[in-house]
Design a binder for this molecule. Structure first.
Ligand SMILES: C[S@@+](CC[C@H](N)C(=O)[O-])C[C@H]1O[C@@H](n2cnc3c(N)ncnc32)[C@H](O)[C@@H]1O
Length: 590
């Protein structure tokens, strides 16, 4: 059987509603599995089907001719090959090819029309030749998942990184233990390590097997602007000036089974004197039960995590019980098209109706997150590689969410400081600038990453400055929508969110250039010995020596703090003027 025929046979049942999945169809039976090329052709044709239907919608004559064809599946395969495939042509001959080629010019013109007038998703499918992400060459992971390293997240609610490293070295051998260089508190073990579930640290919930990609969301939210803004300092004595003795509250809006909830809880309680709380919502009762169990094991049961069986969309943004809410982690239901071992991945990623309904829920939930007036930080993520669920949702949410905000404030995308070493960034789609796309993080197993496909975005609420003023910051140097500006400023800088809500951005380590990584067989991974730099618990960063504002501002009266901020701005402007003058003088001398 020729390749096209074989591909069309596979495609047939997949186009039927409630038909089997591609993986089970291709690899589940006793018959020989299809070649990689046939599998890839079917995947790309499936992904392109909406575009191909769009083309047929424009070329009436072709559509009418094609209606008479018996082998519709072959028609789609050949249409894909002609318009989007790697050769942009149909190899071989046959009746179906002859009918298609009669309309070649009109079909190509229709594709050009869609590529210029279509929506972002259509354009992306066309520009990537039926792929989902830039640079994607195949629908199969570049590296077999069974060869991926094993990722172990250290649960810092119960153990430290150095404890985990020592224990892992003892159990799996010194040479087998690496610490991830970009994502904090993640150990990397070779794929060949097997008896993980017998490791006592796993049994006790001190470390967790968690895919690297799934660790990105909590890291983005907890360390997005590099300031430990959630570390509010020592508890206030009861009654003192009405200050709350509790820490801040975060909401994991779609939380079950709770991997990101417990991760976030661990990050935002690391080295804090007061307890920060994560409220974990999920509307599925069975899944919330699993989350409760997980929270119990991972040490988040002493009030650090509060599970709630609730629909996030029904949570009132004005709820008085949420007055300490500052951040939302939103990881809603998605197609899961990035999860390589999900049998539903490919065929579901193509079901345009399902994608549309998922994307509209995701948008609704993200815009709802943006409507909480007391929330300043949001992380939105999916384990999907589809633009419709990722960049397109972000672009629309920025538009809709900001349109609902009162003047003087807006949501903006920020490149998370905590992920500044993460190389793969977002895609530039309609509604997002190149700089905004570079604030987004992606992972792509179809293009070499050895983790599941994932997408994460991080937003901050900022004040819109008046004419002639810098936006969002006092003292300058925020990490805003600037791809090349992942680093914090050298001096201190203070960002104002709302009246009376301040955060101090500190320079120090955050302002330094990233160190070059030494490879250890895995991208971005370096083997480190126990007790080496970076393994200890994180300490609160000392305020920058240039900063006139102390790190702990909780005791400073509002008026005084405003004065300090003003003085600091003056001082920094003066320093900047002096720097410019010096540079200009230096230039003249040369
Ligand atoms: C992708 S899963 C979340 C995975 C989780 N963040 C983790 O890392 O373990 C999405 C979850 O959203 C929940 N969900 C969907 N719609 C919801 C809604 N309107 N309110 C609350 N939870 C919702 C689903 O029940 C599902 O458990």
């Amino acid at each position: 059987m020729n390749q096209y025929k074989e591909a069309s046979k596979l495609l047939g049942p997949l186009l039927k509603k409630n038909g089997p999945g591609l993986k089970s169809l291709a690899f589940g039976g006793k018959k020989k599995a299809p070649s990689k090329a046939v599998y890839a052709t079917v995947c790309h044709t499936l992904r392109s089907k909406q575009v191909l239907d769009g083309v047929l919608g424009i070329v009436d004559k072709a559509r009418k001719d094609f209606e008479g064809l018996r082998d519709k599946e072959l028609m789609y395969i050949l249409l894909y090959e002609l318009l989007l495939g790697p050769y942009k042509g149909i190899r071989g001959g046959g009746g179906v090819k002859r009918v298609i080629m009669k309309h070649e010019k009109a079909l190509q013109a229709a594709l050009v029309q869609l590529a210029t007038e279509g929506d972002a998703a259509t354009k992306n499918v066309i520009s990537s030749g039926g792929g989902l992400t830039s640079g994607e060459g195949s629908s199969l992971p570049t590296v077999k998942p069974s060869h991926w390293p094993k990722y172990i997240r250290v649960n810092t609610l119960k153990a430290t990184l150095s404890e985990a490293v020592s224990s892992a070295k003892e159990k799996f051998g010194e040479a087998n233990v690496a610490v991830h260089q970009v994502v904090d508190n993640v150990l990397v073990l070779p794929s060949t390590v097997n008896d993980l579930y017998e490791w006592d640290m796993i049994v006790r919930g001190e470390v967790i097997i968690q895919d690297l990609s799934s660790c990105l969301t909590a890291v983005a939210l907890g360390g997005g602007n590099g300031t430990r803004w959630w570390d509010v300092g020592p508890a206030k004595k009861k009654g003192k000036k009405g200050k709350d003795k509790n820490g801040v509250v975060m909401l994991d809006a779609c939380a079950a089974p709770g991997n990101k909830t417990t991760h976030l809880a661990a990050i935002v309680n690391d080295g804090c004197e007061v307890q920060n709380q994560v409220i974990a919502l999920d509307r599925a009762s069975e899944r919330i039960k699993i989350l409760e169990k997980r929270v119990k094991l991972l040490g988040g049961d002493s009030g650090v995590v509060e599970p709630r069986h609730q629909d996030f969309l029904k949570v009132d943004s004005g709820d008085a019980g949420l007055k300490n809410l500052r951040a939302i982690l939103l990881d809603p239901s998605c197609s899961g098209s990035g999860i390589v071992n999900s049998p539903d991945r490919v065929e579901n990623s193509d079901s345009s109706e399902r994608l549309r309904s998922l994307a509209s829920f995701q948008l609704l939930a993200l815009v709802h997150s943006m409507s909480f007036p007391q929330v300043n930080y949001i992380a939105y993520s999916t384990c999907s590689v589809n633009v419709e669920e990722d960049e397109a949702v972000v672009a629309k949410a920025l538009k809709e969410g900001n349109a609902k905000l009162e003047g003087g404030e807006r949501w903006q995308l920020v490149a998370p400081v905590s992920l500044k070493g993460w190389k793969r960034r977002g895609l530039e789609v309609e509604g997002l600038t190149k700089e905004q796309a570079a604030c987004l993080c992606r992972s792509d197993p179809f293009d070499g990453d050895v983790t599941n496909g994932f997408f994460v975005s991080y937003f901050e609420r900022v004040k819109v400055a008046g004419e002639g003023k810098r936006e969002g910051t006092i003292g300058g140097g925020g990490v805003g929508e600037n791809a090349d500006n992942y680093e914090l400023p050298e001096g201190g800088a203070v960002k104002v969110f709302k009246e009376g809500m301040f955060k101090v951005e500190e320079g120090g380590e955050g302002g330094k250039k990233q160190k070059k990584k030494k490879g250890a067989g895995v991208k971005g991974v370096e083997v480190k010995g126990a007790g080496s730099k970076g393994e200890g618990e994180k300490k609160r960063k000392a305020p920058s020596q240039h900063s006139m504002v102390p790190a702990d501002i909780s005791d400073i009266p509002k008026k005084k703090l405003k004065k300090m901020l003003y003085k600091q701005r003056q001082r920094e402007q003066k320093l900047e003027r002096m720097k410019k003058k010096k540079k200009a003088e230096g230039g003249k001398r040369v």
